[in-house]
Design a binder for this molecule. Structure first.
Ligand SMILES: [Zn+2]
Length: 328
């Protein structure tokens, strides 16, 4: 928007046109707050996804996974936060594997933490699998949000813990206790073991498969109910910039489950219709999961929804249980 003095110096026709547009009398727009995504964010997120996708396969325990975790740490450092790598070894049906979670914290003042989570690994055993939507898209959204929040003149009150999980994917067809969700189980246990002085975890919000050009997000049945409400209200408030969000008919096993099991409020946002025609899911876990199926707009829409959810939690706008409310 043009500053007022420039509008006054302009010709009468231009001033009238500006008056008609309803902006001539106003001060220049204030800088957008942290809860508003800048217009370029989608393109930034798309570029992050391309770079992560170029590191494939990045199955847990492989050199690709190591390169991907280093890429994440390098970007977090460049953005201005301190990356933390948590690496450990675990037995799996295909032998012992090393996993590495990468996290970064944007400190707040409320004493509470909100976790934003995404897995970055790829599913093993699929030749040519790049995991553009499944792994790269949600990680790219988190990097884009981090970049935005760090550069924003305002900050959320809540501490935001960005968590990039390794080992979400099972090596077999189905999840088992020792196969899949490794990174989220690890972080859930770590958070559960924190001393009370670390403050409560208000919510864990997991995104997965959020970059499809035809984006429509589902909330599985197995999430914390007040967070479903928060997500639906955020989507309604921002209907111009958010993807359609609906409640799925089914339960979905994803990285939010270990947090639910550990007693944390947790939400999962996932687009489980990813295919060559409406209603089909035939690109999922195939070599077809490539960058050309994604769009910057979809990534930005997911980002906007996540910011809306963060904002509602930050402002205690929903029925957050009393022990989790921000300190006054
Ligand atoms: Zn997957």
């Amino acid at each position: 928007m043009a500053p007022v003095h420039r509008l006054l110096a302009a010709g009468a026709a231009a001033a009238l046109a500006a008056l008609a547009a309803g902006c001539a009398e106003r001060e220049p727009a204030p800088s957008p707050g942290w809860d508003e995504l800048p217009p370029a964010a989608g393109a930034r997120m798309f570029a992050f996804a391309e770079r992560l996708c170029a590191i494939s396969p990045r199955d847990a325990g492989t050199p690709g996974a190591g390169a991907a975790s280093r890429f994440l740490a390098q970007e977090i450092r460049r953005i201005g936060l301190k990356p933390e790598a948590d690496c450990w070894t675990e037995g799996t049906p295909t032998g012992r594997k090393t996993f590495c979670n990468v996290t970064a914290e944007l400190p707040g003042t409320s004493g509470r933490t909100v976790v934003l989570g995404s897995h970055y690994d790829t599913k093993p055993g699929i030749p040519g699998f790049a995991g553009a939507n499944d792994g790269a898209s949600s990680s790219a959204v988190l990097l884009g949000l981090m970049e935005h929040l760090v550069s924003s003149p305002s900050r959320p009150r809540d501490t935001v813990l960005f968590a990039f999980f390794d080992g979400e994917e099972a090596s077999g067809a189905a999840y088992r206790d020792n196969d899949g969700l490794h990174g989220s189980r690890r972080l859930a246990a770590k958070l559960a073991a924190r001393p009370p002085s670390a403050g409560p975890v208000a919510a864990v919000v997991v995104a997965d498969m959020v970059g499809d050009r035809n984006l429509a997000l589902d909330i599985p049945r197995n999430v914390t109910p007040w967070l479903t409400k928060t997500a639906l209200k955020a989507a309604l408030e921002r209907r111009e910039t958010c993807p359609p969000v609906s409640i799925a008919a089914t339960l979905i096993i994803d990285d939010h489950v270990p947090f639910l099991v550990a007693g944390f409020p947790a939400l999962d946002l996932i687009d489980f219709e990813y295919g060559s025609a409406p209603g089909r899911h035939d690109w999922w876990h195939t070599p077809e999961d490539t960058m050309d199926k994604l769009s910057p707009e979809s990534l930005a829409r997911t980002g906007s929804l996540l910011l809306g959810i963060l904002a509602r939690i930050d402002r205690d706008e929903d029925e957050i249980p009393a022990p989790l409310r921000a300190a006054e």
